[in-house]
Design a protein around this ligand. Sequence first.
Ligand code: BG6
Length: 520
Amino acid sequence: MNELTQAITGKAAMSAVEPIAGGKPVGPGALVIFGAGGDLTKRKLIPALYNLVREGLLHDDFAVIGFARQPIGDDGYRAKLEADMREFATSELTPQQWGWLKERVYYCQADFNEPDAFQKLAAVLARVEKERGTRGNALFYLATAPEFFGEVVRKLSGAGLVQETDGRWRRIIVEKPFGRDFESARALNAELRSILDERQIYRIDHYLGKETVQNLMMFRFANGIFEPIWNRRYVDHVQITVAETVGVESRGDYYDKSGCLRDMVPNHIFQLISLVAMEPPISFEADAVRDEQTKVLRAMPPMTPEEVLQRTVRGQYGEGQVGTKEVPAYRATPKVRPDSRTETYVAMKLNIDNWRWTGVPFYLRVGKAMARRYTEIAITFKRPPYTLFRDTPIDKLTPNQIVINVQPDEGISLVFGAKVPGATVRLGRVQMDFRYADHFGSTPSTGYERLLYDAMAGDATLFQRADMVEASWKVVAPLLDVWQSLPPRNFPNYAAGSAGPKEADELLAKDQRSWRPVEA
Ligand code: BG6
């Protein structure tokens, strides 16, 4: 922002917040967590369930069953979760509310390689149904390493646990990564769908749990003023930035085999793009929304090898400083190969070849160990066709932008030009800001509350369908191929704590455009 920038904070008077829907506890059922001793469970899932308890959104007839190897029993597991919650709860732990959840926690000690592991689970489920009245409904959360997804589902089925008989529902949530390329994702889909009906499968993407991401649909389709200009006639280009300050830390083992592209693009970033670019769905039914998202993914033509070279950039961080913290180079991370060629940064230019978007580039960049942590979507509009102001060349006029701040400071800003007060004609760039926290207060959230609630309620709108996952992998497949056959020669090519590699700036400069600055 330049010195002329002023913020007009949009704190318009707002008397009451009217919840449009929701607020009703979800029906009876049990949540079974595979990987109950892991990080996701303690950092996200249990704190999210607790937040649902606080909002009165879980049914009295609810239970959660942790499935893991450690021999600790129900009491031991409850005590462990209590200790974890002291560290990871995102809202105040009250004896009454935590007590409510704690007494609904059960434990199934088993290793899923044991022959009778799933019989044991069946017995715990039967007990829970009797004690807690869960009516046989169960949601199985696969928070395990991805190589076990297929096996767990097969064994669940072998023990008769996924069959929906006598009016009970049985569903599974599959964590990411969903495959590591198109073929493996397709094989996993085929395996799951040979056992389960598609409507029983909830492929989770935690970006869809973020308020601002969900708000994209409301913003576009519950307002009349944005949609008419949301197309190639008015939009010059779209920029999506997902910048993280963290490096790879203790995840070297996973990350070095995955890399930034697989880790972030076909899942989180493509979800953002599909919501920004999709056509209005005919309803908010899960399949109506997902049909439109899928069409966007299918409209992104896979790049030719030549295009991969021209339109994509990869980077890896070297040592540097993020804020005041010294960050070692990616290659010095534990469990990362010292000559690793894995990318920790990706930028690219994508096209969406359809009636609405042809000719409007979508630029995206995502990276670790960058100068600032934020995720934003910036829609840049075309400049006015002609300037009436003497001495102000058209390219000096501020292009209008709608900037959707996904995190950490959730909100929406509108950037436009205004006259700087004074006797001469000078134009300044101003910004109107809407901040979620200003209007709605900040709700303690892990991002998993809504997703767990919806999966228990049987609403798959915010989950990925098989065809979406496959369409996404198809788009990134040429990048994976070309990058593998042409290993990078200039890694590391950006310093930790910087805005990323200079090649990413060149990518936009070729089109006479530039990124919004990363630095705060
Ligand atoms: C995960 C990736 O899916 O998303 C991580 O595996 C990444 O590498 C994380 O850090 C980012 O999530 P968030 O919610 O912090 O933006």
